[in-house]
Design a protein around this ligand. Structure first.
Ligand code: UD1
Length: 416
């Protein structure tokens, strides 16, 4: 098993280029199933979730070419039906987008229950509610989700929970339904807008993405297109936090600064200097930082995916920080790993009380999920001595070239 070994203490200084957004790239790649043409998807992050998804697309019958320069050519004309009963779906949550895309094009789809990070029970009742409202029959048997419909008809769907996955899946399912679908209490994340823009580039008619009411006018057919994925706001936010954690100074390039506002606001509140440019952000962390309180919320609130990296940073900030996790059910498992490094954090339900200590100490730790892995890398960069992080396959699901990007900005890090 590969490990990442970090000798802490170096300030991160220089420039880092942000890759395409995993959470937009995955539904967009699957969204190519909506048409029976060729698509080229560009600005893809070279991460294991993308290479695994290329395999999934081949397994359902698409012709796929994934180029190491970050684009994928996908021809979906030979897909006969959308059936994927294979353990590979457990490797990533996003495999469930096959439900919406497959239902829309073939009126029938079967997918093994999705996996992804172990951060709580992660139900999909809102997805199912949406498919049923459009006229589909949904059955779950022996871990396989089967959706079928004679035809899909537009409907009004109110989401009981603001869900990124349900919003995207229902948008996909409704693109070629008869009439108009309205999703109320929709998620507003930047990748919802990106997926809607992609579907519209294919000839779809989706309006209001980025607000909490999305209107989808069903069209008869979609066509192929070229589309470039937006930059990864979570990867960018992780490097922003790393700059602050190491008292470094980073120019973070290829970002959309407005997508990073929740992180920018919180870092500024701590005393970090953040300067926004057109498509880059400068973060200077060489100041005495103050403790803060954080509550994770759907966008534009503070992202749950950055809760873990932020707690790693707060673990050495003087004073007490209260972190309230309201989005994911159990996203504090990694805290036991931070404690091995000396962190003083107590967890009660969905709240973590972080008492800043002077220094973390290097230790052997385990990445319990993707963003937990990022948190441990941050902890390792700050710590005295050597930190050895195991189970880095989780980190490689979502961060392109993490080790080489870190080396370029001065980290003492290697993968063995
Ligand atoms: C996506 C992201 C993940 C991020 C999360 C929240 C991908 C591949 N993953 O996950 O990185 O942490 O958004 O920003 O894009 N819920 C229900 N019923 C449902 C659906 C969701 O109760 O049918 C609950 C979930 O348990 C969770 C909350 O709603 O508590 C948010 O989930 P959701 O936004 O759907 O997250 P994912 O799409 O799974």
């Amino acid at each position: 098993m590969d490990k990442v070994i970090i000798k802490g203490g170096n300030k991160l200084i220089g420039e880092v280029n942000i890759s395409g957004f995993k959470n937009a790239a995955l539904p967009i790649i699957i969204g190519t199933v909506l048409s029976s043409d060729k698509c080229r998807i560009e600005n893809l992050p070279m991460i294991s979730d993308v290479s695994n998804l290329a395999k999934i697309m081949k397994m359902i019958g698409a012709d796929v070419y994934l180029d190491e320069n970050g684009f994928m050519d996908i021809d979906t004309k030979n897909i006969q039906k959308c059936v994927l009963i294979d353990e590979i779906t457990r490797k990533m949550r996003a495999s469930y987008y096959l439900l919406g895309a497959g239902l829309s094009r073939f009126k029938e789809v079967e997918v093994l229950y999705p996996g992804g990070c172990d951060i709580g029970s992660r139900p999909i009742d809102q997805h199912i509610k949406g498919f049923e409202a459009l006229g589909a029959k949904v059955e779950i048997k022996h871990g396989v989700i089967k959706c079928s419909a004679d035809k899909l008809v537009g409907s009004k769907i109110y989401l009981d929970v603001v869900s990124v996955g349900a919003t995207i899946n229902i948008m996909m399912a409704a693109t070629m339904a008869e009439g108009t679908t309205i999703i109320e209490n929709a998620a507003k994340e930047p990748h919802i807008v990106d997926v809607a823009n992609f579907i519209n580039t294919m000839g779809g008619d989706i309006r209001g993405a980025g607000t909490d009411v999305i209107k989808i006018n069903g069209v008869e057919k979609l066509h192929g297109c070229n589309y470039s994925v937006i930059p990864d706001q979570i990867e960018a936010g992780t490097y922003m936090i790393m700059a602050a954690a190491t008292k470094g100074n980073l120019l973070i390039k290829n970002v959309i600064p407005v997508h990073l506002e929740p992180v920018t606001a919180k870092l500024r509140e701590m005393g970090v200097e953040v300067i926004e440019y057109g498509d880059s952000i400068q973060v200077n962390g060489d100041f005495d930082l103050k403790s803060i309180n954080i509550k994770t919320l759907p966008y534009p609130g503070f992202p749950t995916d950055l809760q873990q990296p932020m707690v790693a940073l707060l673990s050495t900030v003087e004073g007490t920080s209260i972190v309230n996790e309201t989005v994911s059910e159990s996203r504090f498992k990694y805290i036991d790993e931070l404690k091995r490094m000396g962190a003083n954090i107590s967890v009660d339900g969905n709240t973590a009380v972080v008492k800043g200590i002077y220094k973390l100490m290097g230790a052997e730790v385990r990445a319990t999920d993707l963003r937990a892995g990022a948190a441990l890398v941050i902890a390792g960069l700050m710590a005295d001595g050597i930190t050895e992080i195991r189970e880095i396959q989780h980190i490689e699901r979502g961060y392109e070239d993490l080790v080489s990007k870190l080396k370029k900005i001065g980290a003492n890090v290697k993968k063995v």
